[in-house]
Design a protein around this ligand. Structure first.
Ligand code: EPU
Length: 339
């Protein structure tokens, strides 16, 4: 395992930001990672672990060690009549795991087809799409303490999953390397097609009782039609989280904007799509310099080619300020800002 110096991170982040890593190395086994912790970390004052680089905005050159996780593989570790348990190593591309499950007709993650990134990043923010979240199928993960090299198991409760949330974003931020993730998938699943876009697509295809593969195909079709492909236009998916507001504020806003999409939550709070708020502020499809908001999904901020991290961050802050001014709602970034 060699440590490279002054490497451009452009190929390693889906925003396509040309920031430079002072030091860079790839890990391909657990032993590589343990070796780094024991022998290499003492020479570096900070580390950044990247998987698919699909949820980061690099706002500066990285003056530390960047570790590219290339520990891959999928294993069936247990099964019974109803379920299979798949253990997947953290550098595996998430969509490859979804395609593996779909090919074997294992249900539970087909709605999360085409989410960019790796398996190790999935629990960090409890990824989700079209009515399904990672936590619905999650069993446990193996993590390595980046200070001591000790190995720990986190079950579902220990991860404290919430909407785009886990302990790895808060109390344990930067503390662990996620090594593997185990999911329990179903052999006899009724696919979840409650989400409007999926129902609409399947109806257009005249599919009444869809297979797991047909649901995955519908999801891929929807995502490809709405979300820009990072290979063509740099982006990191939704830039902000969908805000959750009090029912009083939601009622005030609904009196002014009766068409506002909104989703009541169990605890007297209401989720409002950030994409709608941003569109109302006039940003949808608007280009500013080398950046702007996507024409099909205002929540996605894109890099038209030569944007720098600070330029995108500046734009995001302007979007945030305008939403706060118009609606009194402070949007929270979903993308991790790295300095
Ligand atoms: N909307 C607008 N204008 C826009 C975008 C959206 O009015 O420019 C409205 C839509 O009409 C719809 C609502 O907002 O009524 C929701 O839009 P959409 O179905 O596109 O989903 P979203 O809430 O914007 C979330 C996730 C996505 C995930 C989709 C589908 C977050 C932050 N984002 O987006 O996840 O793919 O649902 O489940 O929760 C990601 O995390 O990077 C991501 C892409």
């Amino acid at each position: 395992m060699s440590v490279l110096e002054y490497l451009s991170l452009k190929p390693y982040n889906t925003f396509g930001i040309d920031a430079c890593a002072r030091y860079f190395c790839r890990v391909q086994t657990k032993e590589d990672m343990l070796h780094l912790i024991a022998d290499e970390f003492q020479y570096h004052h900070k580390q950044l672990i990247i998987g698919g680089g699909s949820n980061i905005l690099l706002c500066d050159d990285y003056d530390g060690l960047v570790i590219k996780n290339e520990i891959t593989g999928i294993e069936k570790i247990k099964e019974d009549e109803a379920f299979v348990w798949l253990k997947s190593y953290s550098g595996t591309v998430w969509h490859d795991l979804v395609m593996y499950a779909v090919q074997h007709n294992y249900g539970g993650i087909e709605n999360m087809a085409l989410i960019p990134g790796t398996v190790g990043a999935a629990p960090m923010q409890n990824i989700g799409a079209y009515g399904v979240e990672l936590k619905d199928v999650f069993v446990e993960l193996e993590a390595i303490d980046l200070q001591t090299g000790e190995q720990h198991i986190f079950d579902k409760a220990a991860c404290d999953f919430g909407y785009r949330h886990s302990v790895f974003k808060t109390t344990h931020k930067g503390q662990y390397f996620i090594y593997s993730v185990t999911l329990r998938l179903s052999r006899h699943l009724q696919p979840n097609v409650a989400y409007g876009d999926i129902r609409k697509t399947l109806a257009e295809w005249h599919i009444l009782s869809p297979s797991i593969k047909e649901v995955a195909d519908a999801v891929m079709h929807i995502r490809r039609s709405k979300l820009p492909d990072p290979a063509e236009l740099g982006n990191a998916g939704s830039f902000f989280k969908n805000p959750e507001v009090s029912d009083a504020l939601a009622a005030d806003l609904l009196a002014q904007y009766p068409d506002m999409p909104h989703y009541p939550l169990p605890d007297n709070r209401v989720k409002i799509p950030a994409g709608w708020l941003i569109e109302q502020c006039g940003w949808k499809g608007k280009r500013v310099g080398h950046t702007g908001n996507h024409a099909q999904q205002a929540l996605v901020i894109v890099n038209y080619g030569d944007a720098s991290g600070p330029e995108i961050w500046q734009h995001a802050q302007e979007v945030q300020a305008s939403v706060q001014k118009k609606f009194g709602i402070l949007l929270d970034a979903e993308v991790n800002i790295v300095r």
